[in-house]
Ligand binder design. Structure first.
Ligand SMILES: [Ca+2]
Length: 416
């Protein structure tokens, strides 16, 4: 009913570069697309929005300079098709219409496009909430089937705090990985609200994620003597007491919420960076875990390491034998959620304890962390449990690699 009214109104509003198909049946959805420059129908927007609660997603052609955009258009087309078929979101009527509209307005989203510009394109030009864009380029100096892929999927619904739904920058080893791995993950994140990591296909794992205990005290709400429960009382390369580089404070815009704030001076940002450890928690080799946290940065690059340790009697101490390095990517000055799975393994040792290391570096500024979660998803297979210390062919981390990782330590982390 409302949509019929809108369609009628839209029909009066002649927009020369739109093909006829946008007024065809079943496309009340497309009326979203042209609201913003149809002045006299603006009263339809809230009504139509209420009638269809689905969010509007605009996929853009990916940039592909190496073949003049051909492959990039294929990726855009593929994403559009998958979204259209899924039906959970409103999408433009076709990629051709996205293309025509972009061409008419000189819009060219690329991974380099800054957040404010993307927000304007998605919110104002397209009157949508979510944008998907990126690039795909043949990897330099490699054979033809290897591609550098960047995917960005951001929800701009909240004017002030865009939410990164998915961000990936990877080298795809085969062209098949693009649709089957990365685009699939992006779509799963979009549908399930899970920002990163593999799709939620394992019901037991998801049940464990929902109901299992958090292995870290990650909300930073409680503590004593200026130290949050479950976290170290010192921080940074020099293990200084909290209150300097790392502070346990109220969130700036929410005095009821406690967070961890890193404050990085230029000199520190460009050298050691700042790190902060959780307490140890028990892990079991071969068990799959999921890490998740919320974070916000106004400049520094952010990483998280989940380091796992074995106990070496001859050294009389714990030794790091596994680490999951997670690179957090998302818009600046906005709360982002990062989630990623990891499975501690080692060829010769048995990871028994883990701890989370929050880390920021590269540029000066402030980073906040909150709601850190580590949960057990899938237990180790019986075979893996029996492994003890016998070499495992499943492990892809050698002792030598772990050793060199350990030696390189933070030096490694500084180089993006
Ligand atoms: Ca909190």
């Amino acid at each position: 009913m409302t949509s019929a009214k809108c369609k009628m109104q839209n029909a009066k509003c002649f927009i020369p570069w739109f093909p006829r198909s946008i007024w065809e049946p079943g496309i009340a959805r497309f009326s979203f697309f042209i609201f913003h420059f149809s002045f006299f129908i603006s009263f339809c927007l809230p009504a139509a929005g209420a009638a269809d609660p689905r969010r509007v997603v605009v996929p853009f052609d990916f940039v592909s300079k190496f073949d003049d955009g051909r492959y990039g258009r294929m990726v855009g087309e593929m994403i559009w098709k998958k979204l259209a078929r899924d039906g959970r979101f409103i999408v433009p009527e076709s990629m051709q219409e996205v293309r025509d509209f972009c061409a008419a307005r000189n819009l060219a989203p690329s991974p380099e496009t800054d957040q404010a510009t993307m927000r304007k394109i998605v919110r104002e030009d397209f009157d949508a909430q979510i944008g998907v864009w990126g690039s795909i380029e043949r990897a330099p100096g490699t054979d033809e089937d290897i591609y550098d892929l960047t995917i960005k999927c951001v929800d701009f619904s909240d004017e002030k705090q865009p939410r990164a739904i998915y961000a990936e920058k990877v080298r795809a080893k085969t062209v098949g990985e693009v649709p089957h791995l990365y685009v699939k993950r992006m779509l799963d994140a979009l549908k399930g609200g899970k920002p990163d990591g593999p799709p939620a296909t394992d019901p037991i794992a998801e049940e464990n994620w929902k109901k299992g205990p958090n292995l870290v005290a990650g909300d930073f709400q409680h503590g004593a003597d200026g130290v949050p429960k479950g976290w170290a009382d010192r921080a940074g390369q020099r293990r200084e007491p909290l209150g300097g580089q790392v502070r346990w404070v109220d969130e700036t815009d929410d005095s009821k919420n406690r967070v961890i704030r890193f404050v990085l001076e230029k000199q520190v940002a460009e050298t050691t960076g700042v790190m902060y450890y959780s307490d140890f928690f028990q892990v079991e080799e071969g068990t799959k875990y999921r890490f998740q946290c919320r974070w916000r940065s106004d400049g520094p690059a952010v990483k998280v390491f989940i380091k796992c340790y074995d106990y070496l009697p001859k050294d009389g101490r714990r030794r790091e034998v596994y680490r999951s390095q997670q690179n957090l990517d998302g818009p600046k000055n906005a709360w982002n959620t990062h989630a990623e799975e990891f499975t501690p393994r080692h060829t010769n040792y048995s990871p028994r304890w883990g701890r989370v290391m929050l880390y920021a570096y590269l540029k000066p500024g402030a980073v906040e962390f909150d709601d850190v979660i580590v949960k057990r998803l899938v237990p180790a297979s019986p075979g893996e449990r029996a492994k003890a210390r016998r070499p495992s062919s499943e492990s892809d981390v050698t002792l030598e690699e772990m050793e060199s990782n350990r030696r390189r330590g933070v030096e490694d982390d500084k180089q993006k």
